[in-house]
Design a protein around this ligand. Structure first.
Ligand code: NAG
Ligand code: NAG
Ligand code: NAG
Length: 408
């Protein structure tokens, strides 16, 4: 029977390249374990070079950014990964087939950078591509060189790999990604595996044995439309997120200047509630107080890092405004009231929608005002929300209906 199941799955994979949903839905397919590397039990937090610097990177800006994560207090809040994106290597491999750090921009090499970053209590991430060249085309990809590259990364002390999808020769991701994951596992070093397949073939449905996170979308840019559409596309896969494997709607743009402060608060609120990786994408060496107040919001971060690890979902859509909600540990609930319209809206979250039993009395904390509301709420919570803005609330039940007696 098992052999038969395997054949069915192979047939589906071979002849049905766009139907991962069917694969998932077939009862004959057994669920396998998550990627057993022990990392990513909460969404990863850190910083990445791409959204602000693109290819204009070097060891100085990496070191200064690591310094800034510590001096700003962000490292203490959990932002520990310092991630180098594309463009860090020489155009070609050396004569023995190894990747070479770009001599003009990383003259001390990546190992020295890892030592520096580790010395500050942080972790170093790097980037490669499941193709022949990376997206920038300035350096080789790892396709066909997985073992060598994984060993190189482990020997340098790398803690995180973002693995991209460009120049892949039209090979299906299922044929390209497993090799690198196996190679990384074989090094024995726990390395967070961030699959950047852009959501092309719905990796949420098959990548949980291969990665600790998987992109569900194409690249974000620093605009409201891009940000909010990434959140929408990512939300579809909410059921697939869990400790050890997360949906990834791409990195943060907060602080890069293209959105209003309210829009950046929406960005951070939705990423936090969606259990998305929180990878800062601005220049952390020159943070404004406004930016720091957003990415440094400890209460929103605590929602993201909650041990229950359940991704919030849209539980009510009413034209241009929405209620997002998700359960947290301790019977608590996070609620985001989101106004996507160009005008002011009054938005109501019903207990029925957010999954609280009727008549539950809750205490409500406003996670952006950092204040607990004096009023207690029963059956619904209503608030006025400015255009392109949101409210983010933490609901703690004071009574639980049914057999559970009041906790307070
Ligand atoms: C390193 O990169 C930063 C950010 O792009 C740039 O401002 C700086 O001039 C670069 N430094 C060197 C030595 O190239
Ligand atoms: C950013 O993304 C939006 C929505 O996806 C798109 O309409 C816009 O053209 C993009 N802007 C840039 C500068 O790429
Ligand atoms: C930013 O915050 C710091 C510390 O709270 C304060 O000293 C400084 O005046 C603020 N800067 C501005 C421009 O508001």
């Amino acid at each position: 029977m098992e052999k038969y199941n395997g054949l069915v799955m192979m047939a589906v994979v071979m002849f049905c390249s766009q139907c991962w949903i069917d694969v998932e839905a077939r009862p004959v397919i057994e669920r396998r374990n998550l990627l057993a590397n022990g990392v990513g039990m909460t969404p990863p937090m850190g910083w990445n070079t791409w959204n602000h610097f693109y290819c204009d990177i070097n060891e100085t800006v990496i070191r200064e950014s690591a310094d800034a994560l510590v001096s700003s207090g962000l490292a203490k809040l959990g932002y520990r990964y310092v991630n180098i994106d594309d463009c860090w290597a020489e155009h070609d491999r050396d004569s023995t087939g190894y990747l070479v750090p770009k001599r003009s921009t990383f003259p001390s090499g990546i190992k020295a950078l890892a030592d520096y970053v580790h010395g500050k209590g942080l972790k170093l991430g790097i980037y490669s591509d499941a193709g022949h060249r990376t997206c920038s085309q300035t350096m080789p990809g790892s396709l066909g060189h997985e073992q060598k590259d994984a060993e190189t990364f482990a020997s340098w002390g790398i803690d995180y790999l973002k693995y991209d999808n460009c120049n892949n020769g039209d090979l299906k991701p299922m044929k390209r990604y497993p090799e690198m994951t196996r190679a990384l596992m074989s090094t024995g070093r726990p390395i967070f595996v961030s699959l950047c397949e852009w959501g092309d073939m719905h990796p949420a449905l098959w990548a949980d044995t291969l990665g600790n996170s998987w992109r569900t979308t194409f690249d974000i840019n620093d605009s409201w439309d891009s940000m909010i559409s990434r959140a929408d596309q990512n939300e579809v896969y909410a059921e697939h997120a869990r400790p050890g494997g997360w949906n990834d709607p791409d990195m943060l743009e907060v602080g890069n200047g293209g959105m209003s402060n309210d829009e950046y608060i929406v960005h951070f609120s939705l990423w936090a509630a969606s259990k998305a990786p929180l990878l800062i994408g601005c220049d952390v060496r020159s943070l404004t107080n406004e930016t720091l107040a957003i990415i440094g919001n400890e209460e929103a971060i605590a929602v993201n890092q909650d041990p229950l690890g359940v991704q919030a979902k849209k539980v009510r859509m009413d034209g241009d405004h929405e209620v997002w909600a998700g359960p947290l540990s301790g019977y608590r609930t996070v609620v985001v009231l989101l106004n996507r319209s160009p005008e002011f809206r009054t938005i109501t979250a019903q207990w029925d929608d957010i999954g609280l039993p009727p008549n539950t009395v809750v205490e409500v904390r406003d996670l952006w005002k950092h204040a607990t509301l004096e009023k207690r709420f029963v059956n619904e919570l209503r608030a006025d929300v400015h255009h392109h803005a949101c409210k983010m609330f933490l609901l703690t039940p004071l009574t639980l209906s049914g057999k559970d007696e009041p906790k307070v």
